[in-house]
Design a protein around this ligand. Structure first.
Ligand code: NAI
Length: 441
């Protein structure tokens, strides 16, 4: 399962050889650890157009020292934030170039460029055109910048409401998130007492958590202070119990097939005090081209990946089992956004998850105070992808801007950001964790 090519390009001869051959140059990504929780280097704050955002206090709280364009020449920058919310016409796009052109080279390996844009104004097609232009810019720069550096765009009107989002994007936790456009609204935001344990006192339930991405999500939410309920099929009960024991903090296991008609009731009974964070992670593939796909294969995928998500969400919301301030994070896939040969059932089910999220999000927030978002993983190094034939696996790994697969923890960190109490203004988003895969936008 190990990515040997990544190890090869980390050596000087390997780098020389692969460069001569014109092969991809993945850089080892800097991920979060308790010992090194922050990026190394300064944070440069630039502006294009006239901004009204009150950004300084929020950026100051990231803990990254403020940099200047002059200092960037001597010490590499950890991150650059370009506030382009005030860009309203084509001429002002020159300011985007003027701001970033001199400093891109100074951004360190695994560094971050975060653009801030305004929501598109339907009354002003010039503003809408140039704000949309920022998306094409973000995605293009993401594809060319290399060295494990990421580029993302956040659309916002209130800097304080975006604090958890900016902290996430400006940290090693977002290592595999690039080329994304994230909308942050103006919903209620609760700053945690302790940003290191934002989920303290909260209960999270993760489906399909005995292994793979779900297990990483459970571990990350527990790290953030949550009491975690590890739900998985009865056949995986031992693994689920072992994980719960490792997590501590009152974690428990719930052996349950999520497709059971009464799964919502069973979950509510298991967590009588209510759930703060509900993670729909359980998912299956039953790949075949449509011409060869029997009806049973087709429907079993929908049952786990979509129908059970709809059913349990409806049941838990109807029972009031999700506490106000709650978070639902469902798991889509880039196969659902871009389509994938042999995965008509899977791709359809995961596109359905994105549809569910977008439609339910405003209502769930208005009626229950609960946000609903999705993560859409790309190629993630798991048992599932280790079983993919070698050449298809290699293509999957390299066909993204970071030229490598992601790790389960990358999906977990993104989930933890969406589950954060201060992420109440992030709602209805489908965020890809795909290293900016070439598949889809
Ligand atoms: P995995 O197969 O390693 O783990 C899935 C877990 O869900 C297993 O523990 C399984 O027992 C559980 N599960 C399956 N059916 C269940 C049911 N009916 N009730 C309760 N639990 C059930 O998969 P992996 O790779 O960790 O994927 C997790 C999620 O991420 C899935 O939704 C998958 O579709 C999605 N995903 C994964 C990608 C990858 O590259 N690994 C890419 C895109 C999406």
């Amino acid at each position: 399962m190990a990515d040997r090519y990544l190890s090869l390009t980390a050596t000087a001869p390997g780098r020389f050889l692969t460069r001569r051959l014109g092969l991809p140059q993945p850089a080892a990504l800097r991920r979060w650890s308790a010992e090194r929780p922050s990026l190394d280097g300064d944070l440069l704050h630039l502006t294009a157009g006239a901004s009204t955002l009150d950004l300084m206090p929020v950026l100051a709280r990231t803990g990254l020292p403020p940099g200047s364009s002059a200092s960037s020449a001597s010490s590499p920058l950890a991150a650059v934030v370009l506030d382009a919310t005030g860009v309203r016409d084509v001429d002002m796009l020159a300011e985007v170039h003027a701001a970033l052109h001199p400093v891109v080279r100074s951004v360190a390996a695994s560094g971050r460029i975060v653009l801030l844009g305004a929501p598109l104004d339907p009354e002003d097609h010039h503003q809408a055109a140039v704000q949309q232009a920022l998306e094409g810019f973000t995605r293009s720069l993401g594809k060319e910048i290399g060295r494990g550096r990421t580029v993302n765009l956040v659309r916002l009107t209130d800097a304080a409401a975006a604090e958890s989002t900016l902290r996430f994007l400006l940290s090693p936790k977002s290592a595999y998130v690039s080329g994304q456009v994230i909308g942050v609204g103006t919903g209620a935001v609760t700053a945690p007492d302790d940003w290191n344990r934002p989920l303290a006192g909260r209960t999270a339930l993760v489906t399909g958590a005995a292994r793979g991405i779900g297990a990483a999500v459970a571990e990350t939410l527990a790290r953030d202070g949550a009491r975690v309920v590890v739900l998985d099929v009865p056949a995986a009960e031992r693994d689920a119990r072992d994980l719960a024991a490792r997590l501590g903090g009152g974690a428990g296991a719930l052996p349950l097939d999520i497709t059971a008609a009464d799964a919502g009731e069973r979950i509510a009974a298991e967590v009588p005090d209510g759930i703060d964070v509900l993670i729909h992670n359980a998912g299956v593939t039953r790949d075949r081209r449509l011409v060869n796909m029997p009806a049973e294969r087709w429907s079993s995928v929908f049952d786990v990946n979509l129908a059970s998500v709809l059913r349990t969400t409806d049941a838990l919301l109807a029972k009031g089992a999700l506490r106000p301030g709650g978070r639902i994070v469902a798991t889509a896939s880039i196969a659902g956004l871009a389509g994938n040969a042999g995965q008509t059932n899977y791709g359809a089910s995961k596109a359905g998850v994105a549809g569910l999220v977008r439609a339910l999000a405003p209502r769930a927030l208005a009626e229950h105070g609960v946000t609903v978002n999705a993560v859409a993983p790309g190629f993630i190094e798991t048992k599932m992808t280790a079983a993919v034939p070698l050449f298809i696996r290699e293509a999957g790994r390299r066909m993204n801007s970071l030229a490598q697969g992601g790790l389960p923890v990358d999906v977990a960190e993104t989930t933890a950001w969406l589950a954060h109490p201060a992420s109440g203004a992030v709602n209805g988003q489908v965020v890809r964790v795909c290293g900016q895969s070439l598949l889809g936008a």
